[in-house]
Design a protein around this ligand. Structure first.
Ligand code: GLV
Length: 327
């Protein structure tokens, strides 16, 4: 019996290319050094450099979160740009983005974190925890009637892998779930609405709106005065997509006018949310600091290293985003 040779590891495949990949970790907003260990573990031969401390001009690949505007364009050997999360809008918006594949991370545990956050936010409004939070400050003992979950319609905007995971979890909790996306979809037990033509009908019946859209030219500011006016009075808004999906002054105006009941927001136009932003203090807004879900560093590293191996081997990368579509 012949003994099978073990499958080459990603690292071995690059080594056989007799190249030592130079990996740049780049962010203008966060300390990317947390990725050093996981990448070194997955690819011990990688030469890992941290911008701005190290020289990254000779980098072959870059792992980024909100990179600055003038760094990637200087990397003449660059073969791959990788994000650390589900959304890569923060990379695609670069004016000097080189013409190389851009990849995102697709982590099943990432969807789990989003599902937990969306379930909590849905329960927060459905079971009136927002009201109790305000009543507590007034020492007001008020018992509202309990509503059945089936009588609450949650509308999800965005039907990617995260939207889909949230939809099935909320359905399992008994909610009535509908979804709106650019294109048509089908899934048992979920009512779908597609494109601009069906948006008004989608909004009309939504009690809790969950935004999980990618940020593109078409979705920037999509949650604006018009959209809020299309929701029934007393509807709530949850944003776990990107801050720029929401027109923040329009949201505040709709809350203050008493049309919207409340908002749970994890992402903001400007992050960290500036101290003087009125969202912090509005009694109808619950602010969390972009924590809904973060991809696991080991999963980021394994997908990144797999893509380094593929890029060096001239193979198609995984989880590449369509640059014109934006996700
Ligand atoms: C987080 O915001 C992500 O894009 O994964």
């Amino acid at each position: 019996m012949t003994k099978k040779a073990p499958l080459p590891t990603a690292a071995a495949a690059v080594e056989s290319d007799s190249e030592r990949p130079v990996v740049a970790l780049i962010s203008a907003h966060i300390d990317m050094s947390f990725m050093r260990g996981p990448i070194a573990k997955a690819m011990p031969e990688a030469d890992i450099r941290l911008w701005p401390k190290d020289d990254v001009t000779q980098a072959d690949v870059a792992l980024c979160w909100r990179p600055p505007h003038d760094v990637l364009g200087e990397m003449k050997r660059l073969r791959l740009v990788h994000g650390i999360g589900a959304g890569v809008d923060n990379i695609l918006s670069l004016p000097d983005l080189p013409d190389v594949p851009v990849c995102r991370v697709v982590d099943p545990n990432h969807a789990r974190g989003i599902v937990e956050y969306a379930s909590w936010a849905t329960l927060f409004f459905h079971r009136d925890f927002d009201v109790f939070q305000r009543n507590r400050l007034k020492r007001a003992w008020v018992q509202p009637r309990q509503r059945r979950a089936a009588n609450v319609t949650v509308g999800i905007m965005g039907w990617g892998n995260l939207g889909r995971a949230v939809g099935s979890a909320l359905k399992a909790l008994g909610y009535t779930v509908r979804a709106w996306a650019r294109t048509a979809h089908e899934e048992e037990g979920i009512e779908f609405f597609a494109g601009d033509g069906e948006r008004a009908a989608f909004l009309e019946g939504t009690n809790i709106l969950i935004a999980l859209l990618p940020l593109t030219a078409g979705t920037n500011g999509i949650l604006n005065a018009d959209l809020f006016a299309g929701l029934p009075k007393g509807a709530a808004v949850v944003n776990i997509g990107r801050g720029e999906l929401v027109n923040e002054p329009d949201l505040l105006a709709s809350l203050d006018a008493g049309h919207l009941r409340g908002a749970v927001l994890d992402v903001f136009v400007q992050e960290p949310l500036p101290e003087d932003n009125p969202l912090w203090v509005n009694p109808r807004v619950f602010v969390t600091p972009h924590i809904a879900s973060m991809a696991d560093p080991d999963v980021i590293a394994s997908q990144f290293v797999e893509n380094i191996r593929r890029a060096f081997a001239g193979e198609a990368v995984i989880n590449e985003v369509d640059r014109t579509r934006g996700y």
